[in-house]
Each structure stands twice: as C-alpha cells, then as structure tokens.
Ligand binder design. Structure first.
Ligand SMILES: *Cc1c(COP(=O)(O)O)cnc(C)c1O
Length: 338
C-alpha cells in the first residue's frame, strides 16, 4: 500500500488565512465531502474540531452522522434521511423533494442563482416556504452556489446580485411564514477569497483549506499550502540494459543501461493511468512506461518515493483539476498526520 501524509501545520495555516477573510473561524463551514477531498473524513474532521471549526458540509447522511459529535451543525448537500437529527441540516434541491423529508427535519433551501444544477428557481421560493411549513420541516437556511467564482468574468457579480434579491425575498417570506432564524450563504473558497468585506453568515470552504485553491493571476490570493502528500514503497529494483522495454505493452524503451524500481502504487489506488509515460515526481524521478493497477516503475532506487506533494502540479500533468487528483485517492490508503 502507498501512504498519505497529512500536514497539520499547513492545514491550520490555511484555516488561519480563511478565518482572517471571514473575520471569524465560527463562519467557516468546512466542506468534508468525498472523504474530505481524499484527505480522510475522520482525520480532517478531528483536526478541524481541534482548530475550533464548528460547522461542516458533506454530501450525504452517512458522512454527516459519522462526524456529528464534532460539529455544532453539518449541512448535507444531497441526501434524504430516514430520520431527523438534531444538528444535521438537509438541502432541499427541488420542490417535489420537500414531501420526502421526515417531519421535524432541519432543512436549508438551495436556490438556483445561475448554475442551473441543483436548487429551486427563484420564483419558486414562496411555494417552497409554504410546502416546507405544510410538511412540518424546520427551515434554517437559504443558500446558493457559484458556477465560476474562480474565473475572471462578471458572472461572479451577476450571481451575487441574484442572491441578494433572493435573500431580500426570503427575509420577507420568513416573517410571513413565521420562520425564526435563517442563515444565508453563497461563497465557496474562490468566492470567499475574492470578497472584500465578507458579510455572509458562513462560507463553505473546501479546496482552499486543503491548500490547492487556484485563482487567475489578477485575483491573486494569499499562499495556501497543500495538506496532502502521497508516497509509495519500493517493491523491487532491477538493473536493466539499454533497449529493455518496461511494463505492459513494453511501451517505454531504455535509452541507456539503468536501474529502475517498481513501487506499490497504481491506478487502483487512484494514481491516474493517464499520467503514464510522462510523469515526473517533485524530486525529479521520471516514470517509466504505463502505470499498472498496483505498480508503477520509476527511475529511482529510493525506499519511499514521494509521488506528489501538490495536487495542482499533478493535475497540470494529467490535464485535470486538483479536486479530481485528490478525490481519486482510495479511502483504504493509510493516512498519517504529521
Ligand atoms: C464542493 C462545494 C463547495 C466547496 O467548493 P470549493 O471550491 O472546494 O471551496 C461549496 N459549496 C457547495 C455547494 C459544494 O458542492
């Protein structure tokens, strides 16, 4: 098995930067979906708790219940539970879902401000308030999501404006329907870092906390530090002659006599196969040939090989985003806090 190191100091450094932006760590809702972006749900939830984070966001009810004791409240983005829980909020993503939630459940209403993925249309807001009351649910929040906060376009402003209108309308409806206290939130990592005077109730922070936020140059932000690094152990080393061909398909031919080692990591662990042939580690070790399910060969004889320490660099080489590199890492890989 390969192994993962979680750098606690870097994680806390990132949270410090974010807390400065939101002006309070109480306003950070840490997004822990998808095994905490591949970092390990339990580990990151515990570290966040130790730092003093009180709110979390996950994808489903199972994730929420497994960490419920560590947070004041947890928002579930897309799941309908069998029974209510006192500190778990469930997202309403469409009008017809409202009838499916258990009576008394705490819910937050997602409103579509332009992404056109989940959430009710703005003009359905009153219908949603009415249906929520009829069903006997407790409405505690209204939120939306940016589609391009990390791009240098006016769309970010446009969605902010749309959300302002939704907020105003929801506050009036709250009075009419006797809803006592609502929280409002729109910002993800990129949007929070773009905001000058943060005034939402919470920010839903994922990628920045894990140290892999990428923004256009003109929107340069503070230096976040990657939290996760991936290592593999050597299985064997071979001295091979010039011309030897390595791995499946024999696609890589040695230009000179060389010593190569095989390491216990492959696409089965989440080390993407599209990195075959061209990948180079941060320490300059080149990959040789195709990545197999549980093996890859490198020009190296190190016992423990650092595969990557910044998912953004790997993402560049793989033609994808750091989110995919991180969430591809299998939950079975041992994770160790350092
Ligand atoms: C994943 C997610 C986030 C976090 O986004 P980052 O870009 O990682 O900060 C916030 N809100 C919602 C609704 C999400 O799905």
């Amino acid at each position: 098995m390969p192994f993962i190191k979680i750098n606690k100091q870097n994680f806390f450094h990132n949270l410090d930067i974010i807390a400065q932006k939101t002006q309070s760590k109480d306003k950070i809702a840490l997004v822990l979906k998808d095994n905490a972006y591949g970092h390990g749900l339990k580990i990151m939830a515990s570290l966040a708790h130790e730092y003093g984070i009180k709110k979390a966001v996950v994808q489903n009810d199972r994730e929420a219940r497994s960490i419920a004791s560590l947070f004041e409240d947890i928002l579930v983005l897309a799941d309908i539970p069998k029974e209510r829980a006192s500190n778990i909020h469930y997202t309403i993503n469409s009008l017809d879902q409202i009838a499916l939630f258990p009576k008394g459940a705490k819910v937050e209403l997602k409103v579509d401000t332009g992404m056109h993925r989940n959430g009710i249309a703005p003009q359905e807001t009153e219908a949603a308030f009415a249906a929520i009351r009829r069903r006997g649910l407790e409405l505690v929040g209204v939120f939306s999501h940016h589609r391009s906060a990390d791009e240098l376009t006016s769309e970010w402003f446009w969605q902010k404006e749309n959300f302002k209108k939704i907020k105003k309308n929801a506050m009036e409806l709250a009075k009419k329907y006797g809803v006592k206290k609502l929280r409002f939130h729109l910002d993800n990592s990129a949007s929070t870092m773009r905001t000058q005077n943060f005034n939402e109730d919470i920010a839903r922070i994922g990628i920045a906390a894990y140290g892999c936020l990428e923004m256009p140059k003109a929107l340069k932000t503070e230096e976040f530090k990657p939290v996760l690094s991936l290592y593999a152990d050597k299985i064997s080393t071979k001295k091979l002659p010039k011309g030897a061909r390595i791995g499946y398909g024999g696609t890589h031919r040695l230009q000179n006599d060389a010593a190569l080692s095989t390491y216990n990591i492959g696409y089965g662990d989440g080390f993407l196969r599209c990195l075959s042939h061209n990948y180079t580690t941060p320490e300059g070790c080149k990959i040789a040939g195709r990545i197999s399910m549980d093996n890859s060969s490198f020009y190296s004889d190190k016992e423990h090989l650092l595969i990557f320490e910044d998912a953004r660099e790997v993402a560049k080489q793989a033609g994808t985003i750091s989110y995919e590199i991180l969430t591809s890492l299998k939950p079975e890989i041992p994770r160790k806090v350092v």
